[in-house]
Each structure stands twice: as structure tokens, then as C-alpha cells.
Design a protein around this ligand. Sequence first.
Ligand code: ADP
Ligand code: ZN
Length: 709
Amino acid sequence: MTAESRRLLALQLLKKFYGYSSFRPGQYEIIDAVTTGRDAVVLMPTGGGKSLCYQLPALMLEGCVVVVSPLIALMNDQVAALIANGIPAAAIHSNQSETENRTILENAATGKIRLLYVSPERLLADMDAWVRNVRISMFAIDEAHCISQWGHDFRPDYTRLSVVKERFPGIPVMALTATADRLTRDDIVKQLGLVNPLRWTGSFNRPNLSLKVIQSGGKKQKVAVITEMLRKYPNDSGIVYTLSRKGAEELGKTLEMLGFRCAVYHAGLPAEDRAKAQKAFTDGDVQVVCATIAFGMGIDKSNIRWVVHYNLPGNIESYYQEIGRAGRDGLPSETVLFYSYQDVIMRQHFIEESGRPLITAEKLDWMQKFAEAGICRRRMLMSYFGEVMDHDCGNCDVCLDPPSRFDGSVLVQKAGSAIIRTDQKVGILILTDILRGSSRAEIRQKGYDRIKTYGVGRDLSTQEWNAYIGQMIQLGLLEVAYDEQNHLRVTPYGMDAIYGRVKVELTTFSRYENTKKGTGKQEKPAMTMDPVKQLFEQLKQTRRAVAAAASLPAEAVFNDPALLEMATKRPATVEDLLNISGVSERKAVRYGKRFIAAIRKFEGMSASMPQGSTYKETLILHNARVPLGEIADIKGVKVETILSHLAHLIDEDMISDFASYISRRDFETIIRTIDGGVKTEIDKLYNDYSNGLINLAKSIRNYHLRNGR
Ligand code: ADP
Ligand code: ZN
């Protein structure tokens, strides 16, 4: 096969099985490499489209692609999605019975399965059976960073995968990961024994994620922001990451009390509860999961619309991985990071208690710098990951609302002298209370209400003071005595500022409410929502119902970009639906009607489909060369009904290739008997063949007569 015809074939299959008309960057290069027998290492961000890189070769190569993945929880969803697209797939893992596993392995041996998902331990355990029985076209090792001790998710089972290359020499191996630095990547190649692999590294920039940092003091404000997200995205899902398990539970309770559907997830919950929370989230039964970092790995949901960090993450890698779970489908998604100096102090304690103080402290430092930066946040992130961006992104809070600076000397004087007057024995919370003139019992007991600076900072809110004191620490005017209950001290530089010997610039704290009102970009109430969005929301509800009835994850029906395109282009027939990216023939016919009905209703047309639609559906599947039995299955009708459709389509000269529906011998027997047989012979014919097949034969005969054959 020439390179060009291979490319055309790949494009055809992409359209036919996935409904997409072009490849994402890198996908074809990778597919081309493995289908010509070369190994490959694929490094792409989450949402980059890795799965397609090994799924499409499964359709191009003879035999079966074996996908090794540690995420058993995901396998069944992926298999369901593949089957919905008409690709024979199955999974072998420890969460299903041995009999089931054995049957699947046998089916693989007889070539009935194109994609087989398997956990590493199962692959290794049954290695001999694999070698003997299954014709394997390629191995895909997903989450390949698990093989490396350098990575953050080392799994001993993975190191034994080196035997794959030994036992299956000459079979291409593709290693895929979303998280790997250079060291890890080289380690993957070495340990798997890959031979001159194609190395593909995709850009890690995710322009569809908006980035926002909110300097925050309190719970009230955080809850207000989260509430706003929940109102803005009533039919979508989001994640809130909290630092502690307790934090996740408390927030869950609060949001529940406010009337939102939410779940809580952390490692301290029983496995059963965790599985339930995860399922509720993937099925879209809850709007939000309040979780610790334990949540995320193994969530295959491309339409998470927002991620909020309730507390500062410990490093940029975790932060980026966690926000990266949003918007994998490429649609605009929002991320918010709440930053307060208390979080930094808390994290620093963690680090001291952990065994690796140096490197983790440095990483936290970077995280803090990011949160406090006054330059485009995406540029900063990308440069951290070693990618150069030569322009500001226009989709982060700094770009959209550049911070302004002001002369903060007076604030430093107020804060600094309060610290000195309390003998440097207060932390950030009490200092704020003193400045704001709080009448809390503790303040009065200690006599802080009698010092000269008590109440001099009433004009600023607690949040503002928190933010400014944080900046003063960052600027080196104040320091935190970690060994003395986090009390604040004034540095010599701070003394200079207090005595007016140096001037200090602070960054204006933008109160969340202010920015919201100021930009006038408030979400309009649902009543006046723009029509595309309105229909989009309705289609999501249709999808939920369709997915529930089919026991499928919602996205296995249609993903969000497909629904959005439907809401924009408003297809009114199944044929129109095929022009939507992500809609394959099978899915158009299987699920399309409900969506078209919703669109037609929205457009004020009658919801029922135009006459002849059911024939058109059969024609679409016929043209896509879907086998007869499968057409009946997709349409949920009997094979007889489809045969009558086909006969009708032949009568109308809409179909001219019908060889696959009837054998030449059957055709000739039927026509000979019909045309020349006596009554008993004809009776016998109707015994031997179904009405549908006989009518089909007649239509074919008439077709030949009409067309002069
Ligand atoms: P990854 O495994 O890298 O996180 P996925 O394979 O889950 O990413 O793909 C993310 C999303 O992108 C999915 O919704 C998928 O259907 C979509 N996608 C993948 N390839 C294409 C393509 N060529 N055109 C349009 N959408 C695509
Ligand atoms: Zn920016």
C-alpha cells in the first residue's frame, strides 16, 4: 500500500467510525508509524486525542490491538464507547469472572475482537496463551510513565512489560502518556526495549482553559464563586479540589445545603462510596465533586467544564494536571485557583514533616510565584514546562484584567507597627483582627485592643489585609517564624519601609465582587440565554435520557462539541446530522432521531421526521456497508423490516449493490420458482425463505429488467 492510499484509508475510517473529518496534530504521524511496523512514544496532554492513535490502527491492521492499561475502572466505559461506534472491543481484567475472561480470550483467538483492553498483570499471567493463540497486530501501553521510577506513579507490574518485546519481536509497541519529563520518557523507551521509536511530543498548552487566580481570605467568598459556577453550568460538571478530606466533606455539606447535587471523594472513604461518587460524576448525576487530589486518575470524562482549587496545590505539576481534567473536548472551560498565604504556611508544614524538604519546598515556591504573578499566567506555566510562548494568552485573569499597583507604604507602616507593638507575637489572623479593630474575646484578653494601631485598618476587608500581608511577606518586608507558631516578624527591609526610608509598591487586590461587576460580563439570566446555548442545554438533557436508556456514559452517545455543532447548525434530518463532526452513520441512525426531534421542536417544526426517513436511515447504513443484522440491531427492528426497506430502495433505484444481502444461489432458486414453479413448489419456497428475502429477490430481478440485464 502506498503512503497516500494509507492516508486516505485512515481518513475514511476516521470519518466512518468516529465521524471526524481530520486528524489532530500528530495523530496521523503516529498512526502511520505503527501501521508500518515502527514503535512509537506518544507524549500528549490529557485531551490531546491519544486513544485514537491506537484505536484507528486496530481498524487498519490484521489481527488484534492489545491495549495495556492500569485503569481497570475505565476499560468497560471505553469498550462500550467503541462498540457504540461499531468497533469490536472487549476487556480482560480481575473485576470480571474467569469464565468471562476466558471467553474473551477465545474470541480474540478467533479474530472476533479488534481491540482488547487488558491489565498488565493479566497480560503477564496469560503470556503463553497470548503468544500461542492470539494474532496480535500491535501493543499500546497506556499510562506508560507507570514503568518509570522517575515518574510520579510508579507501578511495579509495569516494569515486567519488557517481556512484551522479547516474546513478540517485530510487533510494534506504542507507549502513551500525558505526564513525562525527558528522564521518564527515555526510561520508558529503555525499559520497554523500543526500537528506534517515533517520538511525538504534543504541545502542552491548553488554550481552551481559562486561568484565574483569586486572592481569597474566606470560605464565604470561595463558596460564592463555586455557587456561581454551579449556576452558570447547570447541566455540566465541575470539580473542587480541597487540601484536606475534612475540607472536602465540609464543602460538600455546604453545597448540598444550598441545594446543589454534589458528591464527596477522598481516600479516606470506603471503596464502595468512592466508586459511587465517581459513577455519579461520570453519569452526570451530580454537578460537582468535592475532592482531594485522590480524585481524577481514571476519570474518562471529556466535558468537565470547570475546576476550582479551594486551596493552593503543592506544585505546578499537580496544579496543571488537575486543571487539565477540564475541557478535554476542547470547548472553553474555566479554572479558578484560590490563593491565600495561610495555604502556603500550611503546605510548608507538610513539607517539613515529609522526608524531601528541599525539592518540594522549591516546587511550592514556584507555585506561589505563579499565584502571585503579575504577568500572563499561561506564559508562565508554559515556560515552567519548557515551552516558549511568544505572546500573552488573552485568556487568563492577568491578561483580561491586568493588576494595578499603588504606593503601599502606609499599609506597611500600619501592619509593621502593629507587629512591633505586640512584640512580634501574632500571626496573620490576629494581626488582621487588630488592624480591623475586631472585638473578639481573644483580642481583648491579650490587651491588643489597647495598642495604638488597633483599628487603624478598618477601611480594608479581612481579605484585603490577608492579601496585602501576603504580599509584604513575599516582598521580604515581613517574615514568618515557622519555628514560633508562624508569628510575623518585621525584617530590616520592613523597618526601612516603616520609617519611610524606602517606598513600597503593592498590587491592588481585586475583590472578586468588584471584578465581576466591573467587567459587566455577568452571565445573563437563563430566560434571555442566547438560542444556541439554550438548545445546547436542551440537547444535553436529551443526551442524558438517551444514555441512561442505553446504559452508556453520556459521551459515548455524542460528545459536547458534537452537541454544540448541532445547536449551531440545527440538522433537521438524519442525513443532515451526518455533517456534524463526531457523528458516525451508526450513531446517527441509532441515536439521531431523539436529537433531531429536540432540534425540530426548538425550531418550531413538527417533531416527527419527514416521510421516508426510515428508508433513508437504512440507506445510510447500507452505504456505510453495515451488515444486515447490525442494521436491524441499530434501528431496533426485525431483519425482515430491513429487507423490506432494501427492496423498496432497490425499487426506487437508490441501491445498486445488493450482493451482500442474498447469495447468488438463493436468488436464482427464488426467481426460478416464482417465475416457473407450480403451486406446491411456491409453497415450499415460502417455507424455506422469509417473505422479506423473497421480496428482495423480486426487487432485484425487476432492477435487472429495468436496467437491461
Ligand atoms: P486523551 O486520551 O489524550 O486524554 P482522548 O483520546 O480521550 O484524549 O480524546 C479527547 C477528545 O478528543 C475525545 O472527545 C475525542 O473524541 C476527541 N478527538 C480525538 N481525536 C479527534 C479528531 N481527530 N477530531 C475531533 N475530535 C477528536
Ligand atoms: Zn494570559
